[in-house]
Design a binder for this molecule. Structure first.
Ligand code: PMV
Length: 345
């Protein structure tokens, strides 16, 4: 403040959906065609850190992402800036011009590959909205604002297990994220991210889901007939810490999401051969154990997210090392895992 500007730094983690969001009913407000549920990662490996400085002496809003200046006129960025400023005006209705005459300089850094299907936009927009709100002294329901940056970002506003309710209203005010259970509800749960490829994905989630909504009848069936029941079952499984049910629903939902990508015309491919080998490994391992000990989930990219319990983590890694021996693709499985043992607690 002494320097003539307010500044805050915040950090937000990615979240991994176990019931996937895919498809919008309103592109501008980012309203989904189905509810979704995710796990917010808790540790340092997959995070965005954002610093926002706010001053009357800045001439314009500006943003830097991973050290490079980016286009501030991006509609989704503009939505977030506009909405936070609107909330600030409402809060400071006594005439404080916060958010009106001030301009922002925003600096955001990911400590992991951007746009590689590792939920970078979720952490990024959640962090942006929270930082903007803090610097302007805005409180309250911010997931509706983060949602307008990137749908999945609304779920990163909370820790633990988070549902994004699709809502019914046209203005999107009921399309919000809420915590279903804190991470302390299930301290044994482990999330491992297997980085198969850190390259930028070829088809972004925005265009991918747009084509799916236009062409996939499976997506319509999924949204209307499958997801509502799955949400209820998943919430029950999380609350009861029923790993077998949680795992089965997670894998089925990931598979159905990728099936809708195949049902899209032209089809969208996010999984590759290594992803499919990981899927096979998980099923063979579970069959061998006689119970479901491990689950996988894939977003809009080939990288696998593995869910398991603490007691099985070491053994699963050992098995994975044999399944992907170093001289074949073990590089991918073992050495290519900069992010391992990402825990929830
Ligand atoms: O929020 P977006 O536009 O990055 O879309 C996310 C879509 C998935 O990651 C594939 C699923 C999800 O629910 O996070």
């Amino acid at each position: 403040k002494a320097l003539g500007f307010n500044m805050v730094t915040c950090s937000a983690p990615v979240n991994i959906a176990v019931i996937k969001y895919w498809g919008k009913r309103d592109e501008e407000l980012i309203l989904p065609i189905n509810s979704s549920l995710s796990v917010t990662l808790h540790q340092d490996q997959l995070r965005t850190t954002t610093t926002v400085a706010c001053s009357r002496s800045f001439e314009e809003d500006r943003i830097w992402l991973n050290g490079r200046e980016e286009d501030i006129t991006l509609p989704r960025l503009q939505s977030c800036l506009r909405e936070v400023r609107r909330l600030a005006r409402k809060r400071h209705s006594d005439g404080d011009p916060a958010g009106l005459s001030h301009k922002f300089h925003i600096c955001s850094v990911n400590n992991f590959p951007t746009a590689a299907g590792l939920a970078s936009s979720a952490a990024g927009y959640a962090c942006l909205v929270y930082s903007l709100a803090r610097v302007l002294g805005v409180e309250g329901e911010l997931s509706v604002v983060a949602r307008q940056g990137s749908g999945s970002a609304c779920r990163s506003m909370y820790g633990g297990f988070v549902q994004w309710t699709m809502g019914q209203r046209e203005d999107g005010k009921d399309s919000i994220a809420q915590q279903v259970a804190p991470e302390t509800n299930w301290p044994e749960l482990r999330v491992l991210v297997l980085v198969v490829s850190a390259e930028r994905k070829l088809v972004g989630s925005t265009s991918g889901m747009q084509t799916s909504v236009e062409t996939s009848s499976l997506l319509k069936h999924r949204a209307e007939c499958v997801v509502p029941g799955r949400m209820e079952q998943m919430i029950r499984a999380v609350k009861k810490r029923d790993f077998a049910t949680f795992a089965e629903l997670t894998m089925k939902d990931s598979n159905q999401f990728h099936a809708t990508c195949l049902d899209t015309y032209p089809p969208v491919f996010y999984l590759n051969d290594v992803s499919r080998r990981i899927i096979n490994l998980v099923h063979r391992y579970n069959r061998h154990c006689g119970e479901t000990r491990v689950a996988y989930s894939f977003d809009a990219g080939p990288n696998a997210v593995i869910f398991t319990l603490q007691e099985h983590t070491a053994e699963f890694f050992q098995v994975g090392g044999t399944f992907f021996p170093p001289e074949t693709n073990g590089e991918q499985f073992l050495k290519g895992l900069p992010i391992t043992g990402v825990t929830l607690s």
